[in-house]
Design a protein around this ligand. Structure first.
Ligand code: COA
Length: 258
């Protein structure tokens, strides 16, 4: 890995974007490496959840690497966005295991989009969020025009997209962009405390939560129907039987992901 560092905390994989001298900007290598690590998160049964964060105390990710924009034309720009969305952003959103953003500083442009693709976000009190692409004569390309209004509403999203302004962590909390704001030195322990809770739940039920919630945000898909189908299917799983038995026997369930 050239641009990521990985560490395990129990069954949680901590993925750190590691280009602190470039404020962890997303170049092609970061995107490719993130894509590969996400495949591992999908496929490795030992990994039950992932946390994405940035190296250093200044930035989560300060955006796509602007130096790679030089020489792009319409075709190249679209290809860059498409590749990133497929390899990383959509893969995070659709991951059957929780992927949490621990935002430890600037989350701008592609960094804000990376945080928004995660299932939920926790911010350090020095975090700053924004979509400054208009300052470059661009718009977001990694899903920002879609996920920002989903998370904070259309009016607030359009204001941020059109002004390119940054908001601080307290405003992000008020807008519902992040679930918690914590002191910077408590960021990872807060994120881990949440993934550790989720790691104890039935994996197929967690996967069902992701799928059903996202169905409701997908055009031409009936989220309520998706929910009913998954709800029904889960009754055929060993874990649902274990969950009910454990409750009745007044003990903790031992889920197996089956
Ligand atoms: N792409 C490439 N390099 C970036 C970058 C990005 N998105 N963001 C920061 N960097 C680099 C800077 O060029 C600088 O590199 P250098 O030391 O080789 O000159 C280094 O990271 C540190 O950034 P710097 O601008 O000196 O830090 P700062 O504290 O003065 O400002 C920011 C911090 C985040 C406000 C500023 O870096 C910035 O505006 N970055 C771009 C944000 C952006 O527009 N993102 C969306 C891209 S689509």
């Amino acid at each position: 890995m050239q641009t990521l560092s990985l560490s395990y905390h129990g069954h949680t994989l901590i993925i750190t974007v590691n280009r602190p001298d470039k404020l962890n900007a997303l170049n092609k290598t970061v995107i490719a490496e993130l894509g590969g690590v996400l495949d591992d998160v999908y496929n490795n049964p030992e990994i039950k959840s992932a946390i994405i964060t940035g190296s250093g105390n200044k930035a989560f990710v300060a955006g796509a690497d602007i130096t790679e924009f030089a020489g792009l034309n319409a075709h190249g720009g679209k290809a860059l966005a498409e590749k990133g969305q497929q390899q990383v952003f959509d893969k995070i959103e659709n991951c059957s295991k929780p992927v949490v953003a621990a935002v430890n500083g600037f989350a701008l442009g592609g960094g804000c989009e990376l945080a928004m693709a995660c299932h939920f976000r926790i911010a350090a009190d020095n975090a700053k969020f924004g979509q400054p692409e208009v300052n470059l004569g661009l718009i977001p390309g990694y899903g920002g025009t879609q996920r920002l209004p989903q998370l904070i509403g259309k009016g607030r999203a359009l204001e941020l997209l059109m002004t390119g302004a940054m908001i601080d962590a307290a405003t992000a909390l008020q807008y519902g962009l992040v679930n918690y704001v914590v002191p910077a030195d408590g960021l990872m322990s807060k994120a881990l405390s949440l993934t550790e809770v989720i790691n104890t739940k039935a994996p197929l039920a967690i996967a069902g939560c992701v799928k059903a919630v996202h169905a409701g945000f997908t055009k031409n898909v009936n989220g309520y129907e998706t929910e009913m189908n998954i709800f029904g299917e889960l009754f055929d799983t060993a874990d649902a039987k274990e969950g009910a038995s454990a409750f009745l026997e007044k003990r903790q369930p031992a889920f197996k992901g089956l």
